[in-house]
Design a protein around this ligand. Structure first.
Ligand SMILES: Cc1cc2nc3c(=O)[nH]c(=O)nc-3n(C[C@H](O)[C@H](O)[C@H](O)COP(=O)(O)OP(=O)(O)OC[C@H]3O[C@@H](n4cnc5c(N)ncnc54)[C@H](O)[C@@H]3O)c2cc1C
Length: 381
């Protein structure tokens, strides 16, 4: 494999694979841990990953983490997805981790980052019914009152809301001026009075994403993350991290879909030989392997570049990673399903799960069209 990992990183990769094999290596184990495949995150597994020091792999040591790099965190995200470890909640957690590392007060870091090291799940919500791709048009508002803020409005599509310790909620605190000004980040702890979570059933299950309603929901001043009114800039500085986190997960999904396809086409025989030896399949598998290798190089190259220059915004590269990883995962899983024939479509195999994961990756956290818009803009178009 051309990507060069250190010996510690290789040992980490192996340890994640062994964990996956031991804890959720069989379909039966995975069904048990995920309520028959309907719960993408199992909190006992999250706690185990916390005890191993892995959920805090890139959290600074002073907050209880291992002080690792973006590459280390990407290895973990890839490993979770490839191993089908029911810890999908680590994705939004890692995004929130980045936001608190960049903008949190000392007390917030101790609390949020410390909790992440123990396996807490964190959620973040920007989207609203009327503010999807155009997230800057959000209207859910927070009014400044004595000692804190009062939030009113609706958020939607919040991943992991029911299991999150806090929901980092992006609100409007000022309506005057351009739409990207007056946006603020507030951390709302689970169970806060005035916050209601309603699940939105999707192809991934009944609770994966959620509406979040705020009615006169009071949060204290200490909930403010960073500066009031500077939420948009704070979101933008987190784009490197958010997009590389998702890319790591989608690399893992793509790799698993590929591995499952390859082992199936080697085993399944028709017309007296393994179906993978038919040129029609073999050439497509060669293309899939090539795409996967390109994707791996792209993602780890960008992760390494971020480690070398953490304050630089890699807008083009991060969008390329998000675009490529999710499109490749979708392509490989759909090809895998086709190559497995009827069995790819059956619940008895994992391929249909890879397809469902692959389908949504190009939609959330900025659709593929939006990533292309960003890449085009960086090219002066
Ligand atoms: C499973 C899932 C999990 C999610 N988790 C979260 C979460 O945790 N937190 C959160 O805040 N949000 C989350 N989201 C929301 C997600 O980020 C939005 O769905 C996404 O940004 C798209 O917004 P939309 O669904 O409103 O689509 P729209 O913005 O209405 O877009 C519809 C279509 O129009 C296209 N389009 C829109 N504008 C343009 C343009 N300028 N140029 C070209 N094409 C355009 C889009 O690409 C898309 O194909 C999640 C969504 C899903 C499905």
């Amino acid at each position: 494999m051309p990507v060069k990992f250190t010996s510690e990183q290789n040992a980490f990769r192996e340890a994640i694979s062994e964990f996956a094999e031991r804890e959720c290596g069989t379909m039966e184990q995975r069904h048990k841990l995920t309520a028959e495949g309907t719960e993408p995150t199992n909190m006992d597994i999250m706690r185990k990953l916390g005890e191993l020091g892995w959920t805090g792999v890139s959290v600074p040591e002073e907050y209880g983490g291992a002080g690792g790099t973006v590459v280390d965190q990407t290895i973990f995200l890839e490993g979770i997805a490839k191993g089908m470890i029911p810890a999908a909640g680590f994705g939004t957690t890692a995004i929130v981790q980045g936001a608190y590392e960049r903008h949190g007060t000392e007390e917030q870091k101790q609390n949020i980052l410390g909790g992440i090291c123990e396996g807490n799940v964190e959620a973040i919500v920007m989207s609203e019914p009327g503010a999807g791709s155009d997230v800057g048009s959000l209207t859910c508002k927070a009014d400044k009152v004595d000692g804190g803020y009062v939030i009113n409005g609706q958020k939607t599509w919040c991943s992991n809301a029911p299991i999150a310790s806090n929901i980092l909620t992006i609100v409007r605190t000022d309506n005057d001026g351009p739409k990207h000004e007056g946006i603020t980040m507030l951390g709302v702890p689970a169970g806060t009075e005035g916050m209601e979570i309603h699940p939105i059933p999707t192809l991934a299950g009944p609770h994966e994403v959620n509406d979040v309603f705020f009615t006169d929901c009071f949060v204290p001043d200490t909930s403010l993350l960073g500066e009031e009114g500077k939420g948009w800039m704070q979101l933008m500085t987190g784009l490197n991290s958010e997009r590389i986190i998702l890319s790591g997960m989608y690399l893992g999904i793509a790799q698993r879909a590929f591995d499952d396809t390859l082992s199936y086409v080697k085993e399944r025989e028709q017309f007296g030989k393994p179906i993978g030896t038919f040129q029609a399949l073999k050439h497509r598998i060669a293309d899939m392997a090539t795409e996967l290798e390109c994707l791996r190089l792209l993602i780890y190259d960008i992760a390494q570049a971020i480690d070398e220059d953490p304050n630089r915004v890699f807008a083009k590269e991060a969008s390329m990673a998000k675009l490529k990883s999710t499109e490749v995962a979708k392509q490989i899983s759909l090809e895998g399903m086709q190559m497995m024939g009827g069995y790819g479509y059956a619940l008895e195999y994992d391929m249909e799960k890879h397809v469902r994961a692959g389908l949504v990756g190009t939609i959330f956290a900025g659709t593929s069209e939006i990533q292309r818009e960003i890449i085009g803009a960086t090219l002066g178009l």
